[in-house]
Design a protein around this ligand. Structure first.
Ligand code: ADP
Ligand code: MG
Length: 220
């Protein structure tokens, strides 16, 4: 069983056919890069993989569960537990500290002890070299640090898969390289699985697979 399977994903915006029937299978521990021109539908596809948007037709299976077959409430819980998101702009909450931001998916999930959430959050901040930044607000962090906090947040619930949409698009080249190395370290050390939309050719080259999205279709 593949960790993630997308089958025949179609998505239209009015008369615009953005995704024309896309299939994708991702195995555990794979790092898959999706490249392609602006407007090709990469973000649309990632949102659908992440169950944040529904396709017009097609299926998304994650760890053997037909995600789009779940009721809204179940789906929200499933998504928060199984999928970690990293965006171009870190989307950290400005009024919360780094640690509070990292812990957010744990609080949202419910049924977890505060103590366990916080210790997991601290462990992740340590792992990502942010121990000294735990009580800083996002505005008190550098761009690279903000993005690492976003990575820690994505990992909080130990998701099955991490989806990243141009995660280094807003970073300088050194911070981008550091972030990319971090993704591979997380894969090598913990078996994390990534699907990453990127314009960064270096990252696409490092990935296990480089997929090209173009004209509503995707090719290896
Ligand atoms: P990419 O991430 O590859 O740049 P997107 O998935 O953001 O591409 O967009 C694909 C196409 O779909 C673009 O032509 C974009 O204008 C269009 N599009 C994206 N979101 C919407 C929306 N909510 N409503 C209408 N059109 C959209
Ligand atoms: Mg995009």
């Amino acid at each position: 069983m593949k960790l993630l399977q997308a089958k025949g994903i179609k998505r239209n915006y009015g008369s615009l056919q953005v995704l024309k029937g896309i299939d994708l299978e991702v195995g555990k521990g794979e790092v898959v890069a999706i490249v392609g021109p602006s407007g090709a539908g990469k973000s649309t596809f990632l949102q659908i993989l992440g169950t944040l948007d529904k396709p017009d037709s097609g299926e998304v299976w994650i760890e053997g569960v037909n995600a789009l077959g779940l009721r809204d409430k179940e789906l929200a819980r499933f998504r928060n537990e199984k999928i970690g998101f990293i965006f171009q702009f870190h989307n950290l909450l400005a009024e919360f500290t780094a640690l509070e931001n990292v812990c957010m998916p744990g609080y949202i999930q419910g049924g977890k002890k505060e103590k366990d959430i916080v210790s997991r959050g601290k462990e992740l901040l340590d792992l990502l070299g942010l121990r000294e930044r735990a009580n800083h607000l996002p505005s008190q962090l550098s761009g690279g640090e903000q993005q690492r906090v976003a990575v820690a947040r994505a990992l909080l619930n130990s998701p099955a898969i991490i989806l990243a949409d141009e995660p280094s698009g807003n970073l300088d080249s050194q911070n981008a390289l550091d972030l990319h190395k971090l993704f591979f370290k997380l894969r090598d050390d913990f078996g994390h699985t990534f699907v990453i939309v990127t314009h960064n050719e270096e990252l696409a080259e490092m990935a296990d697979r480089r997929l090209l999205m173009q004209d509503g279709s995707m090719s290896e």
